[in-house]
Design a protein around this ligand. Structure first.
Ligand code: NDP
Length: 250
């Protein structure tokens, strides 16, 4: 795979989990990675330190998404971090799941909060990023398998469905600039979001539903994102790649 040497990347929600794995892999490919986070400064600094220990370049940037002024805060910091360089790669990864937002319990406020973080933020982050992005750039949105399998967390699933639609339409719009837009759709992956997987019985159940016989690990996702960010993926756009080890294949 051709690397990302000399390129710049913004990975939202890169302090932990899948975003961290994406940031580490892009940095290993030679990219200068802006490690965005919301509140866990300790985790973001640990991600940056890990990248630097491995010889990579990274910068931690805080901006809570889903609140007023979020995009302005993010881009003030991003422009400082890039110091005049263009942006080559954007990974919209930050999101949260509200396990209480089921059909019988969701409130309008809970709905708004989840859409503000998981949908509104990626939309307006992308809008602003396009001013800094080179032609031939890469946008990768992190969705979820809940767009095709049923889950009680209905609002979370709806946010990810919206993101899939966003990616596809955006890919059409940005084609003339040579910017590819793709969606990576993880299956059940061991991160803080899925802390219920720490229960060995839950892990066994997920393994049993998965052709490759285990839950996903963040690096399983990070490696695919890095491929889509690479020159080797130049002819892939508007696609949703399911990265789940064969979840629910029967
Ligand atoms: P984690 O909960 O482990 O990490 C979430 C990351 O997003 C953290 O870096 C967190 O920052 C950041 N974040 C969350 N909310 C906000 C916010 N309001 N403002 C700024 N930053 C925020 O999540 P995962 O790694 O599991 O998930 C990453 C992506 O993958 C998400 O889009 C998720 O929907 C998707 N996904 C995950 C699956 C899984 O099984 N884990 C399955 C399918 C999709 P901080 O550390 O500062 O809190």
């Amino acid at each position: 795979m051709t690397g990302a040497s000399g390129r710049t990347a913004l990975v939202t929600g890169a302090s932990r989990g899948i975003g961290r794995a994406v940031a580490e892999r892009l940095a290993a490919e030679g990219a200068y990675v802006v490690v965005h986070y919301g509140s866990r400064k300790d985790a973001a600094e640990e991600t940056v330190a890990a990248i630097r220990r491995s010889g990579g370049q990274a910068f931690a940037l805080r901006a809570e998404l889903g609140v007023d002024g979020d995009v302005d805060t993010l881009f003030a910091g991003l422009e400082e971090a890039l110091a005049g360089r263009p942006l080559d790669i954007l990974v919209n990864n930050a999101a949260f799941i509200d396990y209480g937002a089921t059909i019988d319990a969701v409130t309008p406020d809970a709905y708004e909060r989840q859409f503000a973080t998981n949908v509104r933020a990626p939309l307006f982050v992308t809008q602003r990023a396009l001013r800094l992005m080179t032609d031939g750039g890469r946008i990768i949105n992190i969705s979820s398998g809940v767009t095709w399998f049923a889950t009680p967390e209905i609002v979370y699933a709806m946010t990810k469905g919206a993101l899939n639609v966003f990616s596809r339409s955006l890919a059409r719009t940005l084609g003339p600039r040579g910017i590819t837009v793709n969606t990576v759709s993880p299956g059940i992956t061991g991160t803080d979001m899925n802390d219920w997987l720490r229960d060995p019985d839950a892990t066994r159940r997920v393994a049993g539903m998965t052709a490759l016989g285990r839950p996903g690990e963040p690096a399983d996702i990070g490696d695919v994102v890095a491929f889509l960010a690479s020159d080797d993926a130049r002819w892939i756009t508007g696609q949703t790649i399911e990265v789940n080890g064969g979840l629910y294949l029967g």
